[in-house]
Design a protein around this ligand. Structure first.
Ligand code: KG4
Ligand code: ZN
Length: 338
């Protein structure tokens, strides 16, 4: 068995078609084709996402191999995201990976998308030490994960309804901003006053979260203000975004800090699309300075969906010979650490 494997990894769980080549644990590239088609719909349209994956996947994979200077004959395995995600989107990546593996007689490696978000921290130094706590925040998930080893992970807290990324995106949609709204709210928030407006902070038992209440409160708040002044959003966009973002981050940080105290862990990481948020990055950095915790924040390109994180996860799976069969099917739901 080659212990310096070269692996091609494919990610297609939602609305980014991505491919990456990892050689002996070093990620060589991270090619991403984003789908602009969803912008005007205020969210990802599953049917359109599958079609866009189908359109982009050959080009994305070819570009990853070419820019890495790797031929298919040199590959030792093909990796893909099995789930969680949209079934139609996942099917494109899974089927493409199977076809390549079959054609070139290569082993297949399945990767859990949420584990890969956590493992994005091992793409580049410095890396966290086990055990560490990871706050994984994306468009579909909000989890506090106790990471004991590469694939020994336990969700110790999670949202009971909406994901925090969904709260960002739905709030943006209410304000008529295009999808995905998270990055836009972040941008406007940077020149706003986070204390301008108050939104109710929902707290759940233990280390769990809930974001559906603040979304509804936000909707009613804007509806009432717009009755008084139809230009309310336009005139107060920065302050509205800053206040909403501040509330969402406060909810996240309260539970994350509580988890750190509960488990007495020194290394803290954030991952997933919302870890690109400048307010959250600042809040975690500040917390580290205040308490002496070691804080790990991924590079922007490894926060939102990407195949580099699938590639690094696949590398560690290859080392323990954890391969999958040609009968594998994608999973819309796929628990981590399973
Ligand atoms: O991890 P990801 O790319 O896809 C999922 O697995 O869901 O996360 C996408 C989510 C979207 O909800 C998007 O609005 C949010 O991450 N996001 C942000 C920022 N960048 C991406 N939310 C807040 N601030 C950002 N800068
Ligand atoms: Zn993701």
């Amino acid at each position: 068995m080659n212990m310096h494997p070269i692996i091609l990894a494919i990610e297609s769980s939602c609305d980014e078609t991505s491919a990456s080549v990892v050689s002996n644990g070093k990620v060589l590239n991270n090619i991403i084709a984003s789908q602009a088609v969803h912008r005007k719909y205020g969210g990802v349209v599953p049917e359109l996402a599958s079609r866009a994956h189908q359109q982009n996947i050959v080009m994305v994979v070819q570009e990853a191999l070419q820019s890495a200077g790797v031929k298919t004959a040199e590959l030792d395995a093909i990796a893909f995201t099995r789930g969680p995600g949209l079934i139609g989107s996942l099917l494109v990546g899974v089927s493409f990976a199977k076809g390549l593996a079959l054609a070139h007689q290569l082993p297949l490696i399945e990767v859990n998308h949420m584990e890969a978000h956590v493992l994005a921290h091992f793409i580049e130094d410095p890396v966290p030490s086990f055990p560490f706590l990871c706050l994984t925040v994306s468009g579909g998930h909000t989890q506090i994960v106790l990471v004991k080893d590469y694939f020994t992970m336990e969700v110790v807290g999670e949202t009971q309804d909406d994901a925090v990324g969904e709260a960002f995106d739905k709030a943006a949609k209410i304000m008529d901003l295009p999808y995905p709204g998270g990055p836009l709210i972040d941008k406007y928030a940077q020149s706003g006053n986070p204390k301008a407006f108050k939104f109710p902070l929902t707290s759940m038992p233990g280390l769990d979260f809930s974001f559906s209440g603040i979304k509804t409160a936000f909707l009613y708040f804007l509806r009432d203000e717009m009755k008084k002044n139809p230009d309310f959003i336009k005139e107060n966009l920065n302050d509205i975004c800053a206040s909403l973002q501040h509330s969402l981050i406060t909810m996240l940080m309260t539970r994350f800090e509580q988890a750190r105290e509960q488990f007495g862990i020194k290394d803290l990481a954030i991952a997933g699309g919302v870890s690109a948020n400048s307010g959250l990055r600042n809040a975690v950095t500040e917390y580290g300075k205040r308490t002496g915790a070691n804080v790990f924040i991924p590079k922007f390109e490894y926060c939102t969906d990407n195949a580099a994180m699938i590639a690094i996860a696949a590398h560690y799976k290859f080392l323990k010979k954890d391969f999958t069969t040609l009968e594998v099917v994608p999973l819309a739901r796929m628990p981590i650490g399973g």
